[in-house]
Ligand binder design. Structure first.
Ligand SMILES: NC(=O)c1ccc[n+]([C@@H]2O[C@H](COP(=O)([O-])OP(=O)(O)OC[C@H]3O[C@@H](n4cnc5c(N)ncnc54)[C@H](O)[C@@H]3O)[C@@H](O)[C@H]2O)c1
Ligand SMILES: CC(C)[C@H](C(=O)O)[C@@H](O)C(=O)O
Length: 268
């Protein structure tokens, strides 16, 4: 599909501050957009495979490859997004060791010249992993490669309380996108009606916003999610004392109920 830009917002909703494993003062107010490059890097680079080294010992290898145009286009997406947010973009790489990251930093810096209104910083990925936990509010928009984005967005999801809260949009410059939660199939809880459906529901909101340009409809879904949380409903992963524990199905039904109430207000 060529959807090279994977947008993964990690927002700590006020209702869920205490579901975060971090202290309230660290988690409160976190609002980060991770822009992950999705179609390049070590996942796809050639050569890759299995072989034997000169001693005949079996080896396996992958290659981190990025071209200037691949970095340029993801950087532009990230700068455009940062421009509409706090105007701060942190590019995360491993340029102290990896040549592909050195090119990444160079190209992001060059693209930055076209966006003088955005404050660009660079951070090494190991430090970024630590800073995301130490002081996540320092981040506004993050741009990073495929594998670092995969790992850091899962880490960022825990600031919000649960990986079950994080939606994502995978888009390209024009044409269809792909919208899905950042989590996987959760095999350990499969078939038990325990999964948090909010990441999936919020992914539908991202589809409306980024895929179809239906901002108002997206906002209604987001509002229905916050109303459901305001009403105290929680799946197990975000459960807190005094809240109502529900399963995946019941949580989904509560969101639909809230959405129907919102629609009634708008239709009058
Ligand atoms: N977007 C994707 O396509 C995607 C993303 C991640 C993993 N995967 C795949 O999913 C499979 C399982 O991977 P994994 O176990 O490493 O990651 P996972 O995201 O499926 O699960 C990690 C942990 O998070 C929990 N979790 C995930 N979603 C949840 C939800 N909605 N509500 C509550 N808890 C939730 C799970 O129970 C598990 O404990 C693998 O095959 C992996 O390749 C796919
Ligand atoms: C399943 C896996 C290939 C996938 C990825 O790394 O792209 C997942 O971890 C994700 O974050 O969507």
């Amino acid at each position: 599909m060529g959807v090279f830009a994977n947008l993964r917002p990690a927002i700590v909703l006020p209702q869920l501050v205490d579901s975060s494993t971090l202290k309230r003062e660290v988690a409160e107010g976190v609002d980060i957009m991770v822009v992950r490059e999705l179609t390049g890097g070590i996942y796809f680079g050639q050569p890759k495979g299995f072989g034997k080294n000169s001693d005949g010992e079996p080896i396996a290898f992958n290659t981190e490859v990025y071209s200037v145009s691949e970095i340029d286009r993801i950087a532009r997406v990230a700068f455009e997004i940062a421009r509409k947010r706090r105007g701060e973009l942190c590019s995360i790489d491993k340029s102290n060791v990896l040549e592909a990251s050195q090119l990444w930093r160079q190209v992001v810096t060059d693209v930055g010249k076209d966006y003088p209104d955005v404050k660009l910083t660079h951070m090494l990925v190991d430090n970024a992993a630590m800073q995301l936990i130490r002081d996540p509010k320092q981040f506004d928009t993050i741009v990073t490669n495929n594998i670092f984005g995969d790992i850091l967005s899962d880490e960022a999801s825990m600031l919000t309380g649960s990986i079950g809260m994080l939606p994502s949009a995978s888009v390209k410059t024009s044409g269809p996108g792909l919208f899905e939660p950042i989590h996987g199939s959760a095999p350990d809880i499969a078939g038990q009606d325990k999964a948090n459906p909010l990441a999936m529901i919020l992914s539908a909101a991202m589809l409306l916003k980024y895929g179809l340009g239906e901002k108002q409809a997206a906002e209604r879904i987001e509002k229905a999610v916050t109303i459901t949380l305001d009403n105290g409903f929680r799946t197990g992963d975000i459960m807190a004392p005094g809240k109502k524990l529900v399963g995946c199905t019941a949580m989904g039904e509560q969101v639909i109920k809230a959405l129907q109430a919102i629609e009634r207000v708008y239709s009058h």
